[in-house]
Design a protein around this ligand. Structure first.
Ligand SMILES: [Zn+2]
Length: 215
């Protein structure tokens, strides 16, 4: 007899919720790869990709901390976070001449942007301002602090990211709704059974490790 068939219904529901969550996490990671990492890497030099992957790998292994990284890796992680929160601005690109600035100058950060396409460019601030790109390395537009905003007003360039995020939100809502129906279904089964008088199985979520889905 299949061992799973011998599990109590509550454990089966927890198991299915867990599997569903893992599947959703994998699909979410795949979508993020297609939406962020693949297009970003396609603009980068191989040596810069290797550098970033090695540092991020060390972070995952607990060997390094964020502040020991190059400005290049910190910038990429910042872009990654912005993409996940749908606040990524400007074209998604890190051509070699831009990445090299972040690699060579630990204090470089993307404080200026292009007035035409919104691409963020690195500068070093402090006692004096060090500008590396007075013209956008992608389109040739002038760069400066909030240059895109000053020329265009509210940045509509976020539209694509927001639309993509809305799509993810819709998928997530559908998933959560189906999970809710599944839990409700198991409760109805219990309530319709004369031997099942237990309330909502809130510990199903704890047992499944379910703690919401991070975006
Ligand atoms: Zn530009």
């Amino acid at each position: 007899m299949d061992a799973a068939l011998q599990l109590p219904r509550r454990q089966l529901v927890a198991l299915r919720l867990r599997l569903r969550k893992l599947k959703e996490e994998r699909e979410q990671a795949e979508r993020h790869w297609e939406r962020f990492w693949r297009p970003l890497f396609s603009t980068m030099a191989q040596e810069h990709i290797v550098h970033v992957c090695e540092e991020i790998g060390a972070l995952d292994d607990g060997e390094r901390d964020y502040f020991s990284f190059s400005a290049l890796t910190r910038h990429v992680l910042g872009m990654d976070g912005a993409a996940r929160w749908s606040t990524l601005q400007g074209p998604l690109a890190l051509p070699p001449e831009v990445a090299q600035v972040y690699l060579d100058d630990r204090d470089a950060w993307a404080a200026h942007d292009c007035e035409d396409c919104g691409y963020p460019v690195p500068v070093r601030t402090g006692k004096s301002l060090q500008r590396y790109f007075e013209r956008c390395p992608l389109c040739g537009g002038r760069t400066g602090y909030s240059a895109y905003y000053l020329k265009h007003g509210q940045p509509e360039r976020q539209g694509q990211e927001v639309a993509a995020d809305a799509e993810e939100d819709a998928l997530l809502a559908a998933l959560l709704a189906s999970v809710g129906q599944e839990v409700a279904g198991s409760v109805e089964d219990r309530e319709s059974s004369p031997t099942a008088a237990e309330p909502v199985p809130s510990d199903v979520f704890a047992a499944s490790g379910w703690a919401g889905v991070s975006v």
